[in-house]
Write a protein that binds this ligand. Structure first.
Ligand SMILES: Nc1nc2c(ncn2[C@@H]2O[C@H](COP(=O)(O)OP(=O)(O)OP(=O)(O)O)[C@@H](O)[C@H]2O)c(=O)[nH]1
Ligand SMILES: [Mg+2]
Length: 249
């Protein structure tokens, strides 16, 4: 138990010594329990069809779509050493501009609009997959762009095989420190736009230290998608996970 003022708090209310604001509400169906059910179903689909599904999270403009485009181009250039069928699901609150960018690369792609929701959830992903299930079940790699947001998506397991969070230096050097819950379960943390760091007075190494402090297991990649920095490291990560046919967790 921790004490702040006259109040006592449980340890679980704390993260890094900061008290989370918490209210209890009753919902007819617990949203996260329902999400878990669909996430399990999605995970089974990915495992049965030997698909590596990557949930790409990050704030608006951090570089999610650019990462997807560069990944598709690298695969087309056979930089992974084997032919792969790629699929992409492009989440946004509104519009299909990311979908149009990715579709140009001739992969199986679907836009996914969430309206007012600031994250994807396992149910909406399940629904989108089922719209073109015969095509999606034949892919090797599914790149899922989550809604541009650094807070909401982290609570929602999509049934993905790997979680990637991409931040850019233009979001400020404290961006990782301020959003620990988003980074704690990531398999890969990408710090993008590093060639702009001097222009925006950002210490990239501080961002790396923050990422390591929050999540010592994640692979951390310093990247600049425009200048081609860190892309090889990302491709090496993909190469290592694509050799594993499925994740049994
Ligand atoms: N200078 C620089 N610009 C980049 C880099 N990566 C992406 N950009 C640019 O940043 C802008 C946003 O990139 P996107 O890939 O669309 O970002 P996003 O995360 O998909 O954004 P939303 O879908 O709106 O959430 C675009 O103008 C990109 O060209 C980089 O490494 N360096
Ligand atoms: Mg995008």
């Amino acid at each position: 138990m921790y004490k702040r003022g006259k109040e006592l708090y449980n340890k679980k209310d704390f993260f890094g010594g900061v008290i989370m604001h918490k209210i209890d509400i009753e919902a007819e169906i617990d949203v996260l329990t329902e999400n878990k059910r669909f996430a399990k179903d999605n995970r089974r689909f990915f495992n049965e069809n030997e698909i590596i599904a990557i949930n790409i999270m990050g704030a608006v403009g951090s570089g999610k779509t650019t990462l997807i485009e560069k990944t598709i181009l690298a695969i087309k250039n056979k930089e992974l050493g084997k032919e792969l069928k790629v699929g992409a699901i492009l989440g946004d609150v509104f519009g299909d501009s990311d979908f149009k960018r990715v579709s140009k690369h001739s992969v199986i792609a679907e836009p996914l609009n969430t309206g007012k929701e600031c994250h994807l959830d396992a149910h909406i992903l399940n629904h989108t997959l089922h719209q073109r299930i015969d095509e999606f079940k034949n892919i090797d790699l599914l790149l899922i762009e989550n809604v541009g947001n650094l807070i909401c998506p982290s609570d929602f397991d999509l049934g993905e095989t790997y979680r990637v969070v991409i931040v850019s230096v233009t979001e400020g050097e404290d961006v990782i420190e301020k959003h620990p819950l988003t980074f704690v379960n990531a398999d890969v943390i990408i710090i993008n736009k590093v060639t702009l760091a001097n222009l925006v007075d950002v210490d990239v190494e501080k961002m790396v230290r923050d990422a390591k402090k929050i999540n010592s297991k994640a692979k951390i990649i310093k990247m600049d998608l425009k200048d081609g920095i860190g892309i090889e490291e990302w491709i090496n990560f993909l190469r290592s996970v694509l050799d594993v046919s499925c994740n049994t967790s």
